[in-house]
Write a protein that binds this ligand. Structure first.
Ligand code: GUN
Length: 293
């Protein structure tokens, strides 16, 4: 078993991003700028957004966090999104999900100018991704592709079993792994909570991408010996053992799956750190007008 080390790869890529951000600053007189909107104070969202902001500063980007409390209206939020769309000093805009129930995430996602949609959630970006056109790729799938690339994992002709069909991870991941590209060129099975005989499916996976949101869901008996296992799980539980008061668990039973896998991502220290890289790379590409002129 070998570790796909998100810490190592993300730090290396951040160094490259920082060099490009410094060049951008000397050429334009400004830094790439990411704005994040956070509604409410869900513990997980607080942590993830804080990490996004901190990493922006680390690589020499400007970052702004706009907060709303839980009582904010959909109209208020949409108004702010439209205002930021018009601001030439902002390159990327993300609205952290989930949103409170009275705000429709689809409306908010579609309100973001697709040219600033560095989360890659807007239908224009998803549609362009389907067609293999330049676009912002959703940050987590993008980060996973960068990880596979960094370790030069040969994916061509492999059977990739994606577990979970979310808009944020599973669905875009299935498209990327099937694309005629490197990494890519997989035969993909997109499985989910209603898949019959899930274990029969995962046992066929040369690559398993677990994005189902359930702690230790993928057990050793579900994994073919020698498989490559990518764990997207971010299952947060309160803990008395950590300084933060929380402990993070993946979707994969790491202790038992790791010994039979060829490559595996740890949680924490795997995909989560790569998600930030996807977001930073999209923000830089937006600032440099590499995707949309
Ligand atoms: N919630 C969980 N993952 C994400 C993400 O990648 N972007 C945003 N905006 N919200 C999320």
């Amino acid at each position: 078993m070998q570790l796909l080390d998100g810490k190592f790869v993300s730090e290396k890529i951040k160094q490259d991003i920082a060099v490009e951000a410094a060049d951008f600053l000397s050429e334009t007189g400004r830094k790439p700028h990411l704005v994040a909107i956070l509604v409410g104070n869900d513990g997980g969202s607080e942590t993830y957004v804080a990490s996004k902001m901190k990493n922006c500063e680390k690589v020499g980007f400007q970052s702004s966090l706009i907060r709303y409390d839980l009582t904010a209206t959909e109209e208020e939020l949409l108004g702010k999104v439209r205002e930021i769309n018009q601001d030439p000093g902002v390159d990327g805009l993300i609205v952290q999900l989930p949103l409170p129930k009275h705000i429709d995430p689809e409306k908010v996602t579609e309100a973001i100018d697709h040219r600033k949609d560095v989360d890659g959630f807007h239908p224009v970006n998803l549609g362009r991704m389907m067609r293999n056109l330049p676009c912002f790729i959703p940050a987590t799938p993008y980060g996973i592709m960068l990880m596979l690339e960094a370790y030069q994992i040969d994916t061509t002709g492999k059977h990739c079993v994606v577990v979970g069909r979310s808009n944020i991870v599973g669905s875009p991941m299935s498209i990327l792994m099937a694309r005629n590209a490197t990494p890519g060129n997989c035969t993909v099975s997109l499985t989910h909570s209603r898949t019959a005989n899930l274990k029969d499916m995962t046992l066929q996976g040369d690559i398993i991408i677990a994005a189902i949101g359930k702690k230790n869901f993928i057990t050793a008996d579900m994994v073919k010996p020698g498989a490559i296992v990518i764990d997207v799980g971010m299952n947060r539980e309160t803990s008395t053992q950590t300084k933060s008061g929380y402990k993070l668990y993946g979707d994969v039973d790491f202790n038992n799956v790791a010994p039979i896998s060829s490559w595996i991502t740890p949680v924490p220290g795997g995909v989560g750190l790569m998600t930030i890289i996807g977001l930073l790379k999209n923000t830089l590409a937006s600032a440099k007008k590499e995707i949309y002129k």
